[in-house]
Design a protein around this ligand. Structure first.
Ligand SMILES: [Zn+2]
Length: 269
């Protein structure tokens, strides 16, 4: 039977390389394609295959922040492919701000700036405001909760991740990018219990990201983890993945989709 209710198919794309990254692609019931971040440059081929399968164009591309494990594939696709991108939503700080606050990774922002000024997409790139509701289709929209945070200069680029909620009927998916404790605190103060979401993308690949207090307010049923096996298991002993996993277990989360297990597609309606 034809499903007439608005719905989306959300795919968490897993890394084909050994590095962690973040990439999601969504197909909506009104035939729109949405990409969130896209991962490292080396992951572009995999993403392109998904985009081709969905009609070789992207209707909405949301960028959380310009670290290369999030925007490398985007830059490659903009500069080296004929894939059409209709709308790009991003929020970043000035190049001077990156130079000053995260000098060793400021070149990543510079590469993103170069791509966003490319003639092909210049007119399609938009900086949304907090509170904006971007309509994708009937009963499907994206609500912007956080844009760049220039006043937070610690862990600067991650804390300036754009944070947004995807609404599908009365279901919600919260996308956090790589926010850390400082941005978590700001969001807790602003939204409190309104952070509640059915599904959450675990910040910063599942470790050293949002705080336990933050996730308690989100109270998710499903967690999306962009964690490869080594990160999930904390094999080097240097990551906080096990602590974060424990928090979510204590919250009663039963369903975890983890990138270590490969690509996963879920239907949200
Ligand atoms: Zn990242």
């Amino acid at each position: 039977m034809l499903n007439k209710k608005a719905h989306i198919e959300l795919t968490q794309i897993s890394a084909r390389s050994d590095n962690s990254m973040m990439s999601y692609i969504i197909k909506t019931s009104n035939n729109k394609t949405i990409v969130i971040d896209g991962g490292l440059k080396i992951e572009a081929e995999t993403l392109k295959q998904y985009i081709q399968k969905y009609g070789n164009k992207v209707d909405y591309w949301f960028i959380t922040h310009p670290h290369k494990d999030h925007v490398g594939a985007f830059i490659d696709i903009v500069e080296n492919s004929d894939i059409k991108i209709e709308n790009i939503y991003y929020s970043i700080n000035s190049q001077e701000w990156y130079n000053e606050n995260e000098p060793n990774r400021a070149y990543e922002a510079e590469e993103f700036y170069r791509a966003i000024q490319n003639e092909k997409i210049k007119e399609k790139a938009k900086t949304p405001q907090i509170g904006d509701k971007i309509k994708i289709g009937k009963n499907i929209y994206v609500e912007i909760l956080q844009t760049a945070n220039p006043e937070i200069t610690y862990n600067a680029i991650n804390n300036s991740s754009m944070v947004f909620k995807i609404h599908v009927n009365d279901k919600t998916i919260l996308m956090l990018g790589d926010i850390g404790p400082e941005a978590s605190e700001k969001l807790i103060k602003k939204y409190g219990k309104n952070l509640k979401s059915d599904i959450v993308q675990m910040s910063h690949h599942g470790q050293s990201g949002a705080t336990e207090e933050f996730y308690k307010l989100v109270e998710p049923e499903i967690c999306l983890w962009q964690s490869p096996q080594w990160l999930w298991d904390n094999v080097t002993g240097t990551f906080k993945t096990l602590e974060t996993r424990k928090w979510m277990e204590n919250l009663g989360v039963k369903t975890n989709y983890v990138a270590k297990d490969g690509d996963i597609t879920i239907t949200v309606e």
